[in-house]
Ligand binder design. Structure first.
Ligand SMILES: Cc1ncc(C[n+]2csc(CCOP(=O)(O)OP(=O)(O)O)c2C)c(N)n1
Ligand SMILES: [Mg+2]
Length: 739
């Protein structure tokens, strides 16, 4: 890591390059800490770690020490946008940083172990999306040190020829820098860096000076050096340098074993520190001057503290995309299609700082209005037939690759360098990036809390569409609403989850998320036609509150409700309203209060989440003692988790997805999971004490309906007309009641 850093320093200085360094191999972290210290940035960010003996002592002591810095290139390390603790994301982060940054060079060191991971393996293909005319450059440096923790690496144990062909097959022009003799290796690396930077410049000049935009063969470096290079040869007769034993801590037990201390001393003295540092402990000026100055230092490059460069998006008025909803349920619409028009307008106003990411699903998720203003980035071959609907273009701004990892990695890199973006994906497959979400959320958490010099970045916005309730053809494999369970495990300060019930609420939520900073916002919204409930003004008020009573659907005005019907998510909202209309028809004396929840975090106590509704308001809405029938989009337990401290939790009865998935009709999915309107009415009858046996006729009717439903779908393959064509038809007496 040191070797690469100082060689990059030389070319940065010589060619005045704007470069950042991404360190894939996590345990290379000390290399970056050391070099940012030697170039002076570290002491500027942490004045306590001064450029003298005292500062150096503190620098060493804080390493892997309680309250100090971790062994990876953590957020604490100046110049880092990539932690490296969880291997696999270096290259997609690097490309994300390079998009729309034409003057930036992103040097990306990839461990040969890291190169075995799925996310890294697919990220090589990012070069089919990098446009030399408008994007910066990525210089992958595959560090072939031959080993991981306890194994050889695959790429180091195939022939030179095979590895070269692999890299060529990925579309790169590999340069091999191989050896173990430092002097010769320095010469080779310097020469190679001169060659590859010249090649990158030639590629860019050609593309930017009217040359035909075609996919270049970008250079990359394969650096083959021994693992633990310049470390101890062998310890206790066991091979150390050039073998996996040198991973991470080559000399263990220095505290108790005096011989080890000697070994350590001998090893460290081999670097001749007396010649490198003056008698006060500062790097001698002859060496210090080799580093670039000011913002050209990789530790102080503003791209690696993206919040410094971030400008707010130019936002169109989302109200212009609102759909007209003259009365609740009066019109139907595909909610995400409406959102797509809004995203189109955002893209139009922000042609260089906003991109849309997705694994082949932008159109499937009904966001294709964006193609009115841009296309899909594509640097691979384009065929004549692509002109008719293919929407491919080298300068497109919609990024689609069938790798959720790569989409997420690109977006993270793009955000961390100060830009904005949006990721849409099928709900069930968001789990593919569970772990990446974890790492990003941790980064946001730590940078917000503990690192004041890190400036907030734009939020990471994820739309989960094609959700669990509407997988009529795909079936069980596509049904899993659990990503949000995973998300809410993370620190409340950095995660937000929204389930807007219709198009106008989705618009309002999207507008809010795109303006926010330093969160992961997850929005769950369906793409199928569905009734629309709120006009735009009502939607804005409802989303601003995050949850609230829908008076037009309730009949408890002026008194206490007998039951609270709560709903969260588009399909549960539909089933709840259908249940309410059944109740109002068959049991008109039951006083029902309908509450819809858009912002899931409102359910938590304010002590747990900053959005949490205070207990007094929660009790006023949900009552202290009335049954609550809660229809939820996801796994029911999540609602219990969020509300277990609330006064009326004992009366909370949640219906949601209980893992009954299959290929069936939309309504049958709700029936199988006992979230359907008939079940919800039955739940009310079972729980409202005053109903007792008087409701027995209604219960029987509900049971019969479910039998009819099964018979009907078995025969016709679709839902009963009374379900399919159901409409909210209770009068809304006063327009303002809609809010
Ligand atoms: C996804 C993931 N799996 C496993 C690990 C545990 N781990 C840490 S370092 C390492 C070996 C890395 O080898 P390589 O990428 O070649 O880096 P080197 O240390 O050789 O530079 C492993 C398996 C991890 N950090 N991340
Ligand atoms: Mg390795």
């Amino acid at each position: 890591m040191n070797f690469i850093y100082v060689h990059l320093n030389r070319v940065i200085k010589e060619q005045d390059l704007d470069a950042i360094y991404i360190a894939g191999p996590g345990h290379g972290g000390p290399g970056l800490v050391a070099n940012t210290y030697l170039e002076g940035t570290y002491s500027e960010y942490y004045p306590d770690i001064s450029q003298d003996t005292d500062g150096m002592k503190k620098l060493f002591k804080q390493f892997s020490f309680p309250g100090g810095v971790p062994s990876h290139v953590a957020p604490e390390t100046p110049g880092s946008i990539h932690e490296g603790g969880e291997l696999g994301y270096a290259l997609s982060h690097a490309f994300g940083a390079a998009f729309d940054n034409p003057d930036l060079l992103v040097a990306c060191v990839i461990g040969d172990g890291e190169a075995e991971t799925g996310p890294l393996a697919t990220a090589w293909h990012s070069n089919k999306f990098l446009n030399p005319a408008i994007d910066g450059a990525v210089l992958p440096i595959l560090h072939l040190n031959g080993y991981k923790i306890a194994n050889p690496t695959i790429l180091a144990r195939i022939s030179h020829d095979e590895l070269e062909k692999l890299m060529v097959g990925y579309g790169y022009k590999p340069y091999f820098v191989e050896g173990s003799e430092p002097e010769a290796m320095h010469a080779r690396m310097a020469e190679t860096l001169d060659t590859v930077t010249a090649e990158i410049k030639a590629i860019q000049d050609n593309a930017r000076n009217g040359g035909k935009v075609k996919r270049p063969q970008w250079p990359m470096i394969v650096l083959r050096t021994p693992k633990g290079w310049t470390g101890p040869d062998a310890i206790d007769g066991k091979k150390m340098e050039g073998y996996w034993r040198s991973h991470q801590v080559p000399l263990a037990d220095v505290v108790n074993n005096p011989k080890r201390i000697k070994d350590l001393e001998q090893w460290l003295k081999s670097y001749k520190p007396d010649e490198l540092f003056d008698d006060k402990g500062a790097l001698i000026s002859e060496l210090a001057e080799l580093a670039p100055a000011g913002k050209r230092r990789m530790g102080d490059n503003p791209h690696a503290n993206g919040g410094l460069l971030r400008k707010s998006l130019k936002m169109p008025d989302f109200r212009q995309n609102a759909i007209d909803v003259p009365a609740p349920g009066a019109v139907e619409e595909e909610s995400t299609r409406v959102m797509g028009r809004f995203l189109r307008d955002v893209m139009k106003l922000n042609p260089k700082t906003f991109r849309l990411f997705g694994p082949d699903e932008t159109a499937s998720n009904r966001l294709d209005a964006v193609y009115e203003v841009t296309r899909k980035t594509w640097m691979a071959d384009i065929l004549p037939e692509d002109e008719d609907g293919g929407q491919l273009a080298p300068d497109g701004r919609v990024m689609e690759i069938l790798s959720e990892h790569t989409c997420q990695g690109w977006l993270e890199g793009y955000l961390l360098t100060g830009r904005h973006g949006f990721f849409s994906t099928y709900e069930a497959f968001a789990h593919v990036i569970d772990s990446m979400f974890n790492q990003h959320a941790k980064w946001l958490d730590v940078t917000q809390k503990d690192i004041p010099w890190r400036v907030p970045i734009a939020s990471l916005n994820i739309l989960l569409s094609s959700h669990v309730w509407r997988q009529d053809h795909n079936g069980f494999s596509h049904q899993d609403p659990g990503f949000i369970d995973h998300v809410v495990n993370k620190k409340a300060d950095v995660v937000r989850v929204y389930l807007p019930p219709d198009a106008n609420t989705l618009l309002s939520v999207t507008n809010h998320c795109l303006r926010s900073q330093h969160y992961v916002n997850v929005i769950v919204a369906g793409k199928q036609r569905q009734p629309q409930w709120l006009d735009i003004e009502a939607a804005v008020k409802h989303c601003t509150a995050g949850l609230g009573i829908w008076p037009w659907a309730s009949n408890d005005q002026g008194g206490e409700p007998d039951v609270v019907m709560a709903c969260c998510g588009d399909v549960p909202t539909l089933e709840t309203l259908a249940a309410v209309s059944l109740l109002r028809e068959h049991l008109p004396d039951v006083k029902v209060r309908v509450i819809n929840i858009v912002n899931l975090m409102k359910l938590q106590s304010p002590s747990e989440h900053p959005h949490g509704l205070n207990d007094k308001d929660f009790d006023a809405l949900f009552t202290c003692d009335k049954p609550i029938i809660f229809a939820f989009h996801g796994y029911p337990w999540l609602i219990h988790r969020l509300t277990y401290r609330r006064t009326n939790h004992k009366n909370l009865h949640v219906r949601g997805y209980v893992e009954e998935g299959t290929t069936t009709t939309p309504f049958d999915m709700t029936v199988l999971n006992r979230l359907d309107r008939f079940q919800l009415v039955g739940d009310v009858i079972d729980r409202v004490p005053k109903l007792g046996s008087s409701a027995a006729y209604v219960k029987q009717m509900l049971r019969d309906k479910l039998v009819e439903h099964k018979q009907y779908i078995t025969k016709h393959g679709q839902d009963m007309p009374e379900v399919l064509n159901w409409k909210w038809n209770l009068p809304v007496t006063d327009y303002s009641e809609k809010t």
